[in-house]
Ligand binder design. Sequence first.
Ligand code: UD1
Length: 374
Amino acid sequence: MPDNRIRVLCVFGTRPDAIKMAPVVLELQRRPETFAVRVVVTGQHREQLAQVLSVFNLKPDHDLAIMQHGQTLAEITTRSLTGLDADLKEYPADVCLAQGDTTTTFVAALAAFYHKVPFGHIEAGLRTGNPYDPFPEEMNRRLAGVLTTWHFAPTEPSRQNLLAEGVASTSIYVTGNTSIDALKTVASRPYTFDDTTLHALMESDKRLILVTAHRRENWGAPMSNIGHALRTLAEEFADCEIVVALHKNPIVRETLCPLLEGRPRLHLIEPPDYVPFVKLMQRAHLILTDSGRVQEEAPSLGVPILVLRRTTERPEGVTAGTAKLIGTELEDILREARTLLTVPSAYAQMAHTVNPYGEGGAAPLIADVLSRLR
Ligand code: UD1
């Protein structure tokens, strides 16, 4: 019997990509009569990727294992491209799928193009309009979009961005964001922190401020501003505990650690695995972040977010009022955080639960679209 299933190559490489691709891979695997799924990870991230794979019980068919400490963008690009090129040569595919704006994603689209394999872009159409912000993600996403056959846009505004660039409406599908599918899978899982400090914080009645920052455009002075702001907030608010989930990137640590280590009410922690991170978000009173994924997840959990960036490709949370774009100037961070920590009405206004990124169900919609290929 000839195998006439649709051969889908799913590619990811960083932690956020793995989280958002996981629901799609699992959904395709749930339809084995329709899809033959191959999972290739570039390994742009190593430890951070491994833990997400285990949370979702995903086993890659091939790990290109490209991560090196201090890797440059060109190195990520060339090593991933060479690896994916060889994989596609050996295992031809009918469809290639990747999500978002990382270098792995752009390279997956390019490798697929070289093999004339149609590309499905998950989380398509997000734009800041500034090619250097976020860098290189804005351009990664645009470049992937040019090479895309199916644009899976999470929201109506992202669909509008694609239409404005001349993308045919028939190739765009508004699906919601797959991060909500992933969040739903784990939000209700029980979890107990082994770490005694975190365990105590989860149980305490202090207000918890959760912080993440890693973006290239925030390296240097902006990251230093963030560190100084956190120091001041920890000194001013004795009823708050600040948890900083440090990114693995050594450049981020070089700035933040000397400023924050050993200070009262400031806790620098290794990047938590996905489930404990979701638990920390659920427990948080306020989140300060430059992460895209956190901007999508926090509104579902009713936690206000101050976004440590000048631009965002995710305006939906800002429009809905659960996120505020505050940049990285010291005074701006302090002013906005102080307001939320001292003015109950300002806090209440941001804390209402709206979910501009959908209610979940993006992954089955994507699988439905692809199943029509047969
Ligand atoms: C990458 C993505 C960014 C995404 C972020 C999420 C690009 C260009 N950047 O940025 O869009 O928001 O992931 O985290 O695609 N490292 C480890 N272990 C790990 C992961 C990283 O040691 O598991 C260290 C390595 O020294 C590595 C460095 O972090 O060289 C940077 O990783 P890289 O993927 O190049 O950039 P990110 O800043 O993580």
